[in-house]
Design a protein around this ligand. Structure first.
Ligand SMILES: [Fe+2]
Length: 408
């Protein structure tokens, strides 16, 4: 997945002699998942992709971040706008939450990253603000606010933020991140009921054909970070084809699925990874049965922790909770969560006044193992969040007004 693409020049058959204008053979590189029995792409380099001249161990800032269990148990609220804004999209990541399946970081980056290869798993990078050029061995993708960029394991790439910098949530998986299986035909085509399809995905269209010698690449493995210096620039590809490549999908292209009464989060699912899912909450009509309670019911996800990143729209329905744009909440297993007290009546009043849509946008990650808390998250935590439902229920905080949205 996602589907077959070709960029640049490739020969008519695989593994035949393919020469450049000077008569020299191009060097093949097969990037293949799961041995040779899953998706792959075949790339043609001007120079051997095997030629390295130096290997150095690097200090891994992520490995030095202390992780702590969510104990004593609490729902959490982290203000990403309180985190430092500097660095790049690779080594400048600020780890927030992690378990053995996934690591979730925030970056507010204004500098170009090194060339980088994550050999531990796929990455999903969600850009909340700004623009960035994503350059890779497959070519480049112009990324901007609202884009998820899916980076397959092993892809050498780098991030070049625009002049205003970029804020991003970065999900590092211990395996592959893919569209949900139920959206796909047995051969991988998006089905008609899927909330997005191939036309919404943007992959590289042309290889970069970069020149250079002695080019360093930061490689992440389970053992840490290594700087491998390549004799020739890894972006020396003249062409590639296959099913494995990075691609972007903008959250605004997600077609929301609505019901007469409230639909649960699986209708918002966008990607799946090993032991986690990623969902997109997008602007949509409110539930439209005349008797519907048009916002979420209180719920207890007995098998998962739920992280929500509030990225667009009006979150004043969470009035009293402290949640706003750029906030991240963590609602763990063991705790029942739901709208702020008073929000249901507020939205019902809003419906009567003609407010029949919600403009909120959020990215949700549900993990099926508990998330541990990293130091940067603790530093940006709002200590009052856990008590906000009780404060509202006891009337210490005014309930939301009628023109405010529904929350989650
Ligand atoms: Fe929830």
């Amino acid at each position: 997945m996602p589907y077959y693409r070709v960029a640049g020049d490739v020969p008519a058959k695989r593994h035949v002699r393919f020469r450049g204008p000077d008569g020299s053979l191009y060097a093949e590189e097969l990037m293949g998942e799961e041995g040779f029995v899953s998706d792959s792409s075949l790339l043609y380099h001007r120079h051997p992709p095997t030629a390295i001249v130096k290997s150095e161990g690097l200090a891994d800032p992520a490995a030095e971040v202390a992780l702590a269990a969510n104990h004593p148990l609490l729902p959490r609220h982290f203000r990403t706008h309180d985190l430092p804004a500097s660095g790049d999209m690779v080594l400048g990541r600020q780890l927030l939450l992690a378990n053995d399946d996934v690591r979730i970081s925030f970056a507010a980056a204004d500098a170009d990253s090194d060339l980088y290869r994550n050999s531990g798993g796929d990455e999903a990078v969600y850009l909340r603000s700004g623009t960035a050029e994503f350059e890779s061995v497959y070519g480049s993708i112009a990324a901007s606010s609202g884009d998820y960029v899916i980076v397959p394991r092993g892809t050498i790439h780098r991030w070049l933020p625009g002049s205003d910098g970029v804020q991003a949530l970065i999900v590092e998986a211990r395996g592959h991140i893919r569209p949900p299986r139920r959206y796909l035909s047995q051969y991988g085509q998006f089905l008609e009921h899927a909330p997005y399809c191939e036309r919404d995905l943007r992959g590289p269209t042309q290889p970069l054909l970069a020149d250079g010698e002695d080019v360093p690449v930061v490689v992440r493995t389970s053992a840490g970070l290594t700087r491998l210096t390549y004799a020739f620039h890894p972006f020396d590809v003249v062409g590639w084809d296959g099913y494995l490549y990075p691609y972007a999908f903008n959250i605004a292209d997600f077609e929301p699925i609505v019901k007469r009464t409230h639909a649960p989060p699986p209708v918002h699912q966008t990607f799946e990874g090993p032991n986690f899912v990623i969902c997109s909450f997008c602007p949509r009509p409110l539930d439209f049965d005349p008797a519907a309670v048009p916002i979420p019911y209180n719920h207890h996800n007995v098998d998962s922790d739920e992280m929500m990143y509030y990225v667009g729209g009006d979150y004043s329905a969470r009035k009293g909770s402290g949640v706003g744009l750029g906030s991240i909440t963590l609602h763990p297993s063991g705790f029942t969560h739901g709208p702020q007290p008073g929000a249901v009546e507020a939205v019902i009043r809003g419906l009567a006044e003609g407010k029949t849509t919600t403009d909120e946008t959020a990215v949700m990650i549900d993990t099926f193992r508990p998330l541990l808390l990293a130091g940067p998250a603790r530093a940006a935590e709002d200590p009052e969040y856990a008590w906000s439902w009780a404060s509202a229920a006891r009337g210490r905080i005014s309930p939301p007004a009628a023109d405010q949205g529904p929350g989650f």
